[in-house]
Design a protein around this ligand. Structure first.
Ligand SMILES: NC(=O)c1ccc[n+]([C@@H]2O[C@H](COP(=O)([O-])OP(=O)(O)OC[C@H]3O[C@@H](n4cnc5c(N)ncnc54)[C@H](O)[C@@H]3O)[C@@H](O)[C@H]2O)c1
Ligand SMILES: [Zn+2]
Ligand SMILES: [Zn+2]
Length: 362
Protein backbone atom coordinates (compact mmCIF):
# COMPACT_ATOMS: atom_id res chain seq x y z
CA UNK A 1 0.00 0.00 0.00
CA UNK A 2 1.39 3.40 -0.96
CA UNK A 3 1.24 6.34 1.46
CA UNK A 4 -0.05 9.80 0.50
CA UNK A 5 1.72 12.48 2.55
CA UNK A 6 2.67 16.15 2.30
CA UNK A 7 6.17 17.09 1.10
CA UNK A 8 8.14 20.16 -0.03
CA UNK A 9 8.78 20.07 -3.78
CA UNK A 10 10.91 22.25 -6.08
CA UNK A 11 9.13 22.22 -9.47
CA UNK A 12 11.56 24.28 -11.52
CA UNK A 13 14.71 26.37 -11.51
CA UNK A 14 14.41 29.31 -9.10
CA UNK A 15 10.68 28.72 -8.49
CA UNK A 16 9.60 29.04 -4.86
CA UNK A 17 9.12 25.62 -3.29
CA UNK A 18 5.60 24.41 -2.45
CA UNK A 19 3.95 21.84 -0.21
CA UNK A 20 2.45 19.09 -2.36
CA UNK A 21 0.86 15.68 -1.93
CA UNK A 22 3.40 12.97 -2.67
CA UNK A 23 3.10 9.21 -2.89
CA UNK A 24 5.58 7.06 -0.99
CA UNK A 25 5.63 3.32 -1.80
CA UNK A 26 5.92 0.60 0.80
CA UNK A 27 9.52 -0.60 1.14
CA UNK A 28 10.76 -3.20 -1.29
CA UNK A 29 13.79 -5.45 -0.81
CA UNK A 30 16.63 -3.58 0.93
CA UNK A 31 14.50 -0.47 1.59
CA UNK A 32 13.12 1.24 4.69
CA UNK A 33 10.10 3.54 5.10
CA UNK A 34 10.86 6.25 7.66
CA UNK A 35 8.41 8.49 9.46
CA UNK A 36 10.35 11.77 9.51
CA UNK A 37 10.33 13.67 12.82
CA UNK A 38 12.72 16.52 11.99
CA UNK A 39 14.72 17.75 8.99
CA UNK A 40 17.20 20.66 8.84
CA UNK A 41 17.22 23.18 5.99
CA UNK A 42 20.67 23.02 4.33
CA UNK A 43 22.28 25.21 1.68
CA UNK A 44 22.28 22.20 -0.64
CA UNK A 45 18.44 22.19 -0.69
CA UNK A 46 18.57 25.75 -1.96
CA UNK A 47 21.21 24.74 -4.55
CA UNK A 48 18.74 22.11 -5.86
CA UNK A 49 15.90 24.59 -6.20
CA UNK A 50 18.25 27.05 -7.96
CA UNK A 51 19.37 24.44 -10.49
CA UNK A 52 22.94 24.37 -9.13
CA UNK A 53 23.02 20.58 -8.80
CA UNK A 54 21.06 19.27 -11.75
CA UNK A 55 17.98 19.59 -13.87
CA UNK A 56 16.01 16.58 -12.64
CA UNK A 57 12.93 18.50 -11.46
CA UNK A 58 10.69 17.98 -9.60
CA UNK A 59 12.93 17.57 -6.56
CA UNK A 60 11.66 16.40 -3.18
CA UNK A 61 13.90 18.47 -0.90
CA UNK A 62 15.31 17.82 2.59
CA UNK A 63 18.15 15.54 3.68
CA UNK A 64 19.27 16.32 7.27
CA UNK A 65 16.74 14.16 9.04
CA UNK A 66 15.92 11.94 11.95
CA UNK A 67 12.83 9.77 12.39
CA UNK A 68 11.33 6.41 13.24
CA UNK A 69 11.47 3.39 10.95
CA UNK A 70 7.88 2.46 10.10
CA UNK A 71 8.51 -0.66 8.03
CA UNK A 72 11.31 -2.45 6.18
CA UNK A 73 11.43 -4.57 3.02
CA UNK A 74 12.69 -8.11 2.49
CA UNK A 75 16.25 -8.89 3.45
CA UNK A 76 16.75 -5.88 5.73
CA UNK A 77 18.65 -6.78 8.88
CA UNK A 78 20.39 -3.56 10.00
CA UNK A 79 17.24 -1.66 11.07
CA UNK A 80 13.80 -2.65 12.32
CA UNK A 81 10.41 -0.95 12.69
CA UNK A 82 10.43 1.35 15.73
CA UNK A 83 14.16 2.17 15.51
CA UNK A 84 15.11 5.86 15.93
CA UNK A 85 17.40 6.65 13.01
CA UNK A 86 19.45 9.45 11.48
CA UNK A 87 19.40 9.38 7.66
CA UNK A 88 22.64 9.52 5.66
CA UNK A 89 23.40 10.16 2.00
CA UNK A 90 26.34 7.78 1.67
CA UNK A 91 25.13 4.25 2.44
CA UNK A 92 28.25 2.28 1.62
CA UNK A 93 27.94 -0.72 -0.71
CA UNK A 94 30.63 -2.97 0.80
CA UNK A 95 31.57 -4.27 -2.66
CA UNK A 96 33.14 -1.52 -4.78
CA UNK A 97 36.91 -1.18 -5.12
CA UNK A 98 37.11 1.43 -2.32
CA UNK A 99 35.06 -0.71 0.09
CA UNK A 100 37.04 -3.84 -0.78
CA UNK A 101 40.30 -2.03 -0.02
CA UNK A 102 39.06 -1.16 3.47
CA UNK A 103 38.24 2.48 2.72
CA UNK A 104 34.44 2.45 2.83
CA UNK A 105 34.18 6.19 3.54
CA UNK A 106 35.26 6.68 -0.11
CA UNK A 107 32.64 4.16 -1.39
CA UNK A 108 32.12 4.78 -5.13
CA UNK A 109 28.69 3.05 -5.36
CA UNK A 110 26.59 4.26 -2.43
CA UNK A 111 23.00 3.03 -2.17
CA UNK A 112 19.59 4.77 -2.43
CA UNK A 113 16.05 3.37 -2.58
CA UNK A 114 15.29 1.63 -5.90
CA UNK A 115 11.59 2.55 -6.01
CA UNK A 116 10.54 6.11 -6.88
CA UNK A 117 8.43 8.41 -4.76
CA UNK A 118 6.04 10.36 -7.01
CA UNK A 119 3.67 13.30 -7.21
CA UNK A 120 -0.04 12.41 -6.93
CA UNK A 121 -0.24 12.22 -10.77
CA UNK A 122 2.57 9.65 -10.90
CA UNK A 123 5.40 12.03 -11.92
CA UNK A 124 8.59 10.59 -10.39
CA UNK A 125 10.38 12.77 -7.82
CA UNK A 126 14.15 13.21 -7.47
CA UNK A 127 14.87 13.10 -3.74
CA UNK A 128 17.60 15.53 -2.59
CA UNK A 129 20.82 13.57 -1.99
CA UNK A 130 18.76 10.38 -2.37
CA UNK A 131 16.77 11.18 0.78
CA UNK A 132 13.88 13.68 0.33
CA UNK A 133 12.92 14.26 3.97
CA UNK A 134 10.89 17.48 3.89
CA UNK A 135 7.99 15.01 3.98
CA UNK A 136 6.06 13.19 6.66
CA UNK A 137 7.41 9.88 5.32
CA UNK A 138 10.29 9.02 3.03
CA UNK A 139 11.67 5.89 1.38
CA UNK A 140 15.41 5.18 1.58
CA UNK A 141 17.84 2.30 1.18
CA UNK A 142 18.00 0.57 4.57
CA UNK A 143 21.72 1.41 4.82
CA UNK A 144 20.79 5.11 4.72
CA UNK A 145 19.06 4.77 8.11
CA UNK A 146 21.48 4.56 11.04
CA UNK A 147 20.03 3.66 14.46
CA UNK A 148 21.11 5.94 17.32
CA UNK A 149 20.16 6.40 20.98
CA UNK A 150 16.46 7.39 20.99
CA UNK A 151 16.91 9.79 23.91
CA UNK A 152 18.36 12.39 21.47
CA UNK A 153 16.03 15.21 20.32
CA UNK A 154 15.17 14.57 16.64
CA UNK A 155 15.74 18.27 15.76
CA UNK A 156 19.34 18.02 16.93
CA UNK A 157 20.06 14.43 15.90
CA UNK A 158 18.95 14.95 12.28
CA UNK A 159 21.60 17.63 11.74
CA UNK A 160 24.26 14.93 11.90
CA UNK A 161 22.86 13.71 8.58
CA UNK A 162 24.72 16.36 6.57
CA UNK A 163 26.39 19.66 7.47
CA UNK A 164 27.37 18.97 11.06
CA UNK A 165 28.86 15.58 10.21
CA UNK A 166 30.65 17.06 7.20
CA UNK A 167 32.24 19.82 9.29
CA UNK A 168 33.06 17.63 12.26
CA UNK A 169 34.60 14.95 10.03
CA UNK A 170 36.46 17.52 7.90
CA UNK A 171 38.41 18.55 10.99
CA UNK A 172 38.85 15.20 12.71
CA UNK A 173 38.63 12.50 10.02
CA UNK A 174 40.06 14.31 6.98
CA UNK A 175 42.27 16.90 8.69
CA UNK A 176 43.33 14.60 11.52
CA UNK A 177 43.16 17.47 14.05
CA UNK A 178 44.45 16.41 17.43
CA UNK A 179 45.59 17.67 20.83
CA UNK A 180 47.90 20.71 20.68
CA UNK A 181 47.15 21.52 17.01
CA UNK A 182 46.52 25.00 15.68
CA UNK A 183 43.45 25.11 13.45
CA UNK A 184 41.89 27.81 11.24
CA UNK A 185 38.33 27.43 9.96
CA UNK A 186 37.20 29.62 7.04
CA UNK A 187 33.41 30.07 6.96
CA UNK A 188 31.45 29.67 10.18
CA UNK A 189 28.07 28.38 9.03
CA UNK A 190 26.77 25.03 10.26
CA UNK A 191 29.67 23.20 8.61
CA UNK A 192 32.47 25.49 9.82
CA UNK A 193 31.13 25.69 13.36
CA UNK A 194 30.93 21.91 13.52
CA UNK A 195 34.62 21.82 12.53
CA UNK A 196 35.35 24.30 15.33
CA UNK A 197 33.40 22.24 17.89
CA UNK A 198 35.26 19.10 16.77
CA UNK A 199 38.65 20.81 17.07
CA UNK A 200 37.82 21.87 20.61
CA UNK A 201 36.58 18.40 21.51
CA UNK A 202 39.85 16.73 20.49
CA UNK A 203 42.02 19.30 22.27
CA UNK A 204 43.28 21.69 19.60
CA UNK A 205 45.17 24.48 21.34
CA UNK A 206 44.37 27.41 19.07
CA UNK A 207 41.17 27.56 16.98
CA UNK A 208 40.85 30.56 14.68
CA UNK A 209 37.45 31.30 13.12
CA UNK A 210 37.36 33.36 9.90
CA UNK A 211 34.16 34.79 8.44
CA UNK A 212 32.85 37.99 6.86
CA UNK A 213 29.84 38.18 9.18
CA UNK A 214 30.20 39.40 12.78
CA UNK A 215 27.21 37.38 14.02
CA UNK A 216 28.70 34.16 12.67
CA UNK A 217 31.99 34.98 14.39
CA UNK A 218 30.20 35.52 17.71
CA UNK A 219 28.56 32.10 17.33
CA UNK A 220 31.94 30.58 16.43
CA UNK A 221 33.27 31.73 19.82
CA UNK A 222 30.40 29.91 21.51
CA UNK A 223 31.37 26.72 19.67
CA UNK A 224 34.98 26.97 20.84
CA UNK A 225 36.95 29.38 18.65
CA UNK A 226 39.81 30.89 20.66
CA UNK A 227 40.21 33.78 18.17
CA UNK A 228 38.08 35.33 15.44
CA UNK A 229 39.08 37.13 12.24
CA UNK A 230 36.71 39.23 10.15
CA UNK A 231 38.07 38.80 6.61
CA UNK A 232 36.42 42.08 5.54
CA UNK A 233 38.43 44.01 8.12
CA UNK A 234 41.83 42.31 8.11
CA UNK A 235 43.88 39.94 5.97
CA UNK A 236 43.15 36.47 7.35
CA UNK A 237 46.50 35.03 6.18
CA UNK A 238 48.50 37.71 8.01
CA UNK A 239 46.34 37.53 11.12
CA UNK A 240 46.51 33.73 11.32
CA UNK A 241 50.31 33.89 11.03
CA UNK A 242 50.41 36.44 13.87
CA UNK A 243 48.27 34.22 16.06
CA UNK A 244 50.51 31.18 15.43
CA UNK A 245 53.99 32.57 16.22
CA UNK A 246 54.46 33.62 12.59
CA UNK A 247 54.05 30.05 11.30
CA UNK A 248 50.47 29.45 10.14
CA UNK A 249 48.00 26.82 11.31
CA UNK A 250 48.58 23.07 11.28
CA UNK A 251 45.17 22.49 9.70
CA UNK A 252 43.10 24.98 7.66
CA UNK A 253 39.50 24.02 6.88
CA UNK A 254 37.81 25.77 3.91
CA UNK A 255 34.06 25.66 4.62
CA UNK A 256 32.83 28.32 2.18
CA UNK A 257 33.39 26.87 -1.31
CA UNK A 258 35.17 29.80 -3.01
CA UNK A 259 38.55 29.90 -4.82
CA UNK A 260 39.86 33.00 -3.05
CA UNK A 261 39.10 31.42 0.32
CA UNK A 262 40.84 28.18 -0.68
CA UNK A 263 43.87 30.28 -1.61
CA UNK A 264 43.83 31.99 1.81
CA UNK A 265 43.59 28.58 3.49
CA UNK A 266 46.55 27.37 1.41
CA UNK A 267 48.83 30.24 2.50
CA UNK A 268 47.56 30.48 6.10
CA UNK A 269 48.89 27.01 6.86
CA UNK A 270 52.23 26.11 8.44
CA UNK A 271 54.85 24.21 6.41
CA UNK A 272 53.72 20.59 6.00
CA UNK A 273 50.25 21.55 7.22
CA UNK A 274 46.95 20.31 5.82
CA UNK A 275 44.25 22.17 3.90
CA UNK A 276 40.84 20.51 4.03
CA UNK A 277 38.32 21.53 1.36
CA UNK A 278 34.79 20.85 2.61
CA UNK A 279 33.02 23.85 1.02
CA UNK A 280 31.47 22.79 -2.30
CA UNK A 281 32.44 24.88 -5.35
CA UNK A 282 30.17 25.49 -8.35
CA UNK A 283 31.28 23.98 -11.71
CA UNK A 284 32.56 27.32 -13.05
CA UNK A 285 35.14 27.81 -10.28
CA UNK A 286 38.83 26.95 -10.78
CA UNK A 287 41.67 26.37 -8.35
CA UNK A 288 43.45 29.63 -7.59
CA UNK A 289 46.60 30.42 -9.51
CA UNK A 290 49.11 29.02 -7.03
CA UNK A 291 52.75 28.75 -8.28
CA UNK A 292 53.84 25.11 -8.34
CA UNK A 293 56.92 25.98 -6.32
CA UNK A 294 54.63 27.11 -3.50
CA UNK A 295 52.73 23.85 -3.70
CA UNK A 296 55.99 21.91 -3.47
CA UNK A 297 57.79 24.23 -1.11
CA UNK A 298 55.02 24.34 1.49
CA UNK A 299 54.63 20.56 1.56
CA UNK A 300 51.82 18.93 3.49
CA UNK A 301 48.46 18.01 2.04
CA UNK A 302 45.44 19.43 0.23
CA UNK A 303 42.48 17.18 0.97
CA UNK A 304 38.88 17.39 -0.27
CA UNK A 305 36.43 15.98 2.26
CA UNK A 306 33.28 14.18 1.09
CA UNK A 307 30.78 14.12 3.95
CA UNK A 308 33.66 14.53 6.40
CA UNK A 309 35.05 11.11 5.39
CA UNK A 310 32.48 9.75 7.81
CA UNK A 311 31.15 6.26 8.27
CA UNK A 312 27.58 6.81 9.45
CA UNK A 313 27.46 3.46 11.25
CA UNK A 314 30.55 4.42 13.25
CA UNK A 315 30.21 8.19 13.61
CA UNK A 316 26.47 8.86 14.12
CA UNK A 317 26.05 6.71 17.27
CA UNK A 318 29.34 8.10 18.63
CA UNK A 319 28.37 11.75 18.13
CA UNK A 320 24.90 11.15 19.56
CA UNK A 321 26.49 9.62 22.67
CA UNK A 322 28.84 12.63 23.02
CA UNK A 323 25.79 14.88 22.62
CA UNK A 324 23.84 13.03 25.32
CA UNK A 325 26.86 13.28 27.64
CA UNK A 326 26.93 17.06 27.14
CA UNK A 327 30.27 17.00 25.31
CA UNK A 328 29.05 18.00 21.84
CA UNK A 329 26.37 20.68 21.75
CA UNK A 330 24.18 19.74 18.79
CA UNK A 331 21.32 21.85 20.17
CA UNK A 332 23.33 25.00 19.52
CA UNK A 333 23.04 24.44 15.76
CA UNK A 334 19.23 24.55 15.93
CA UNK A 335 18.37 28.23 15.42
CA UNK A 336 14.59 27.68 15.10
CA UNK A 337 12.00 25.01 14.41
CA UNK A 338 9.55 25.56 11.55
CA UNK A 339 6.53 23.95 9.88
CA UNK A 340 6.34 22.37 6.42
CA UNK A 341 5.03 25.54 4.76
CA UNK A 342 7.92 27.71 6.02
CA UNK A 343 10.82 26.19 4.04
CA UNK A 344 10.85 28.98 1.44
CA UNK A 345 11.07 31.57 4.26
CA UNK A 346 13.86 29.55 5.85
CA UNK A 347 15.85 29.76 2.59
CA UNK A 348 15.65 33.55 2.77
CA UNK A 349 16.75 33.61 6.42
CA UNK A 350 19.70 31.41 5.47
CA UNK A 351 20.65 33.76 2.62
CA UNK A 352 20.54 36.72 5.01
CA UNK A 353 22.80 34.84 7.45
CA UNK A 354 20.24 34.93 10.26
CA UNK A 355 20.31 31.23 11.13
CA UNK A 356 22.70 28.32 11.44
CA UNK A 357 19.90 25.83 10.86
CA UNK A 358 16.13 26.15 10.60
CA UNK A 359 14.72 22.71 11.40
CA UNK A 360 11.40 21.48 10.09
CA UNK A 361 9.51 19.40 12.65
CA UNK A 362 6.43 17.21 12.21
N1 LIG B 1 31.81 18.33 1.62
C1 LIG B 1 30.60 17.97 2.05
O1 LIG B 1 30.30 16.80 2.12
C2 LIG B 1 29.61 19.04 2.44
C3 LIG B 1 28.45 18.72 3.15
C4 LIG B 1 27.57 19.75 3.51
C5 LIG B 1 27.83 21.05 3.12
N2 LIG B 1 28.97 21.33 2.41
C6 LIG B 1 29.33 22.69 1.97
O2 LIG B 1 29.95 23.39 3.01
C7 LIG B 1 29.81 24.80 2.75
C8 LIG B 1 29.29 25.51 4.00
O3 LIG B 1 27.97 25.04 4.31
P1 LIG B 1 27.11 25.78 5.44
O4 LIG B 1 25.84 25.03 5.58
O5 LIG B 1 27.96 26.00 6.64
O6 LIG B 1 26.82 27.15 4.69
P2 LIG B 1 26.54 28.60 5.28
O7 LIG B 1 26.07 29.41 4.14
O8 LIG B 1 25.69 28.47 6.50
O9 LIG B 1 27.98 29.13 5.79
C9 LIG B 1 28.95 29.68 4.95
C10 LIG B 1 29.69 30.76 5.77
O10 LIG B 1 30.76 31.29 4.98
C11 LIG B 1 30.84 32.67 5.25
N3 LIG B 1 31.59 33.33 4.17
C12 LIG B 1 31.14 33.76 2.97
N4 LIG B 1 32.16 34.31 2.26
C13 LIG B 1 33.27 34.21 3.03
C14 LIG B 1 34.63 34.61 2.86
N5 LIG B 1 35.04 35.20 1.74
N6 LIG B 1 35.49 34.36 3.86
C15 LIG B 1 35.08 33.75 5.01
N7 LIG B 1 33.80 33.36 5.22
C16 LIG B 1 32.91 33.59 4.25
C17 LIG B 1 29.40 33.11 5.38
O11 LIG B 1 29.28 34.35 6.07
C18 LIG B 1 28.80 31.94 6.17
O12 LIG B 1 28.88 32.14 7.57
C19 LIG B 1 28.87 24.91 1.55
O13 LIG B 1 29.68 25.08 0.39
C20 LIG B 1 28.18 23.56 1.53
O14 LIG B 1 27.71 23.23 0.24
C21 LIG B 1 29.85 20.35 2.08
ZN1 LIG C 1 31.46 0.73 -1.89
ZN1 LIG D 1 23.17 19.25 3.53
Amino acid sequence: MAHEVQGVVARGKGEPVAVETIVVPDPGPGEALVQVQACGVCHTDLHYREGGIGDDYPYLLGHEAAGIVESVGDGVTGVAPGDFVVLNWRAVCGECRACRRGRPWYCFATHNASQKMTLADGTPLSPALGIGAFAEKTLVAAGQATPVDPRARPEAAGLLGCGVMAGFGAAVNTGGVQRDDTVAVFGCGGVGNAAIAAARLVGARTIIAVDVDATKLAWAKDFGATHTVNALEEDPVERIRELTDGNGADVCVEAVGRPEVLEQAFYARDLAGTVVQVGVPTPDMALPNIPMIDFFGRGGALRPSWYGDCLPSRDFPLLIDLYLQGRFDLDRFVSETISLDAVEDAFHKMERGEVLRSVLTF
